[in-house]
Design a protein around this ligand. Structure first.
Ligand SMILES: [Zn+2]
Length: 196
C-alpha cells in the first residue's frame, strides 16, 4: 500500500495510448491497491494508470455512492453511448486546481475485466457515467481540456499555469525558510521556532 506520485499536464505518459493488460498478477493487484490509496489521498473520484506513470489499461473509480461500490476496471471499453448529451463541470487530478464544463454522452455502457479476472459490464449516467468516460479517455491519451473550445481551453490553461507558478513560488519560499531555520538551529542547538 502506497501513495504514488500523480503525473501532471505536460508529462508525456498522459498523452500516450496505454497498453492492454494481458495478465492479472499479484503485481497488478498491488498496483490497483496503490491506485486506490493515491486516489483517496488526492480526494479524487477516479484515477487511471497513465496518471501514476503506468501506461497500462487500468482505472479505479469510487464516486462515493452506496449504489455504486468502488471498482477497478481492467481493459475497460465503451460499448454503447447515449445519443443524449449532458454538460457538467469536470476536473482532473493531473490538472489540479481548474475545472470546466464538458459535454459528453449522458450515459455509457462499459465492458471490462475486474481484479479477479471476471468480465464486468457497467451501464451508468450521472457522475459515474462521466467518470467512466473521463478515465477511459486517460487510457487513450485524451484529457478533458481537449473537449473545450480553443478560447475556453486557453483560459483554463492560463489559470492552471498561474496557479502552478504560485505554488512553486510558495514551495521555494518554504524551502528557503527551512534552510534558514536549519542553520539557525544548527548554530544555537535549539528547537525553537518550529511549526511554520
Ligand atoms: Zn483525469
Amino acid at each position: 500500500m502506497a501513495v504514488l506520485k500523480i503525473e501532471k499536464l505536460g508529462s508525456s505518459v498522459l498523452r500516450r495510448k496505454a497498453d492492454e493488460i494481458e495478465e492479472i498478477d499479484p503485481e497488478l493487484r498491488e498496483l490497483i491497491a496503490d491506485m486506490f490509496d493515491t486516489m483517496y489521498e488526492a480526494e479524487g473520484v477516479g484515477l487511471a494508470g497513465p496518471q501514476i506513470g503506468v501506461s497500462r489499461r487500468v482505472v479505479v473509480i469510487d464516486v462515493n455512492n452506496p449504489d455504486h461500490p468502488r471498482m477497478a476496471l481492467i481493459n475497460p471499453r465503451i460499448v454503447d453511448s447515449d445519443s443524449r448529451t449532458a454538460k457538467e463541470e469536470e476536473g482532473c487530478l493531473s490538472i489540479p486546481g481548474v475545472s470546466a464544463f464538458v459535454k459528453r454522452p449522458e450515459e455509457v455502457e462499459v465492458e471490462a475485466i475486474d481484479e479477479s479476472g471476471r468480465p464486468v459490464r457497467v451501464r451508468a449516467g450521472g457522475l459515474l457515467g462521466r467518470c467512466l468516460q473521463h478515465e477511459i479517455d486517460h487510457l487513450n491519451g485524451v484529457l478533458f481540456i481537449d473537449y473545450l473550445s480553443p478560447l475556453k481551453r486557453s483560459m483554463v490553461l492560463k489559470k492552471y499555469r498561474q496557479m502552478q507558478a504560485e505554488e512553486e513560488a510558495e514551495a521555494r519560499e518554504k524551502s528557503r525558510d527551512r534552510s534558514r531555520e536549519g542553520s539557525k538551529e544548527g548554530g544555537q542547538n535549539s528547537s525553537t521556532r518550529r511549526g511554520r
